[in-house]
Design a protein around this ligand. Structure first.
Ligand SMILES: NC(=O)c1ccc[n+]([C@@H]2O[C@H](COP(=O)([O-])OP(=O)(O)OC[C@H]3O[C@@H](n4cnc5c(N)ncnc54)[C@H](OP(=O)(O)O)[C@@H]3O)[C@@H](O)[C@H]2O)c1
Length: 302
């Protein structure tokens, strides 16, 4: 039986740190919107903010944190290594910290298992792969500039190779992956869990223009519960056991997305969402070098 009070829940990481169950996503938030969204989220009670160098908004995220007045120590801040910086991990982190106006991040993720050429994002860096990147990530733990390190968009085959490599001293704390009812990835989630890797759900609402917002099963369930589809999706993810990072730039929606306490989805309601048959992927990798596409995108069975 899951706890009905989830807005303040934290999940334990394999590093001894904890991650708040709900965070604010910031991808595709337009310039000028992110600072206000981050400030609104922190003022509403969020304590987890997700950004990335690739989003180009770390400076605004940092400004939003400052504007909120919430002490840095109370906030779990995640950012990610850009594909074009795999060979310069320490330098990349330094730039992120400077933009975020902070001395450390709580979680630093390899954004994709793909090192692209610093000068040409259509090409991969020859003779370099994510295991070498992970070796550099591990070194950051000794600097105090990261509390935990992890990965994103890693499939089982990537993790198998990484975890069995002799240079892997520290398992990733988190694998941040696309997770929603149209992309539930049960095998990958089970694999993460078996290896002590926490799963965080990105695009947990189905992202911009989400088809889930028109899904009749979800609309009927939301109406029956007196909740929004978004709240149902967030609650479903939390009850599945992963953290969620819904994105919004609207202060009312940001607040509403945190309203997941005092009610829950029954086993039957969870099963009904699990049974939604359609499959859909937000991040299709079209921006990655073509040579990497097949190597990164794992099958639907995951
Ligand atoms: N690691 C990765 O590769 C990766 C990839 C994708 C995403 N992410 C992270 O995950 C976060 C979330 O994913 P996402 O941005 O793709 O999308 P999402 O959170 O699944 O969905 C965001 C969309 O839902 C809308 N929305 C949010 N709350 C709503 C509400 N209560 N009512 C109606 N509409 C609502 C938002 O519009 P408004 O903003 O207008 O409210 C936006 O259009 C990202 O922002 C990013 O931080 C990571």
């Amino acid at each position: 039986m899951s706890s009905p009070e989830l807005s303040k829940k934290v999940f334990a990481l394999n590093t001894g740190h904890t991650v708040p169950a709900i965070g604010l996503g910031t991808w595709q938030s337009k310039p000028g919107e992110v600072e206000k969204a981050v400030e609104a989220a922190l003022r509403s009670g969020y304590r987890h903010i997700d950004t990335a160098a690739a989003y180009g908004n770390e400076a605004e995220v940092g400004a939003g944190i400052r504007a909120s007045g919430v002490p840095r120590a109370e906030i779990f801040l995640t950012t990610k290594l850009h594909n074009q910086w795999h060979t310069r991990v320490s330098e990349a982190l330094g730039q992120s910290l400077q933009k975020l106006q902070t001395t450390y991040v709580d979680l630093y993720l390899i954004h994709w298992p793909c090192a692209t050429d610093p000068n040409d994002s259509t090409k991969v860096v020859p003779d370099w792969d994510y295991v070498q990147t992970w070796v550099e990530m591990q070194k950051l733990l000794e600097t105090g500039k990261v509390k935990s390190i992890g990965v994103s968009n890693f499939g089982i085959s990537h993790l198998e190779r990484l975890l069995h490599h002799p240079s892997c001293r520290v398992a990733p704390a988190v694998n941040q992956i696309e997770l929603h009812p149209n992309r539930p990835s049960p095998k990958l989630v089970a694999y993460n869990t078996a290896k002590g890797i926490h799963s965080t759900a990105y695009s947990c609402l189905g992202s911009t223009g989400s088809p889930l917002y028109q899904n009749q099963a979800l609309l009927d369930l939301a109406q029956a519960k007196g909740r929004s589809v978004q709240q149902v999706l967030i609650r479903w993810g939390l009850q599945k056991g992963w953290s969620v990072i819904p994105k919004s730039v609207n202060a009312d929606r940001i607040r509403d997305n945190l309203a997941v306490d005092g009610w829950e989805l029954t086993g039957g309601e969870m099963a009904a969402i699990d049974a939604i048959p359609q499959r859909f992927k937000v991040c299709d990798g079209s921006f990655l070098p073509p040579v990497m596409h097949d190597k990164i995108f794992y099958g639907d069975d995951e």
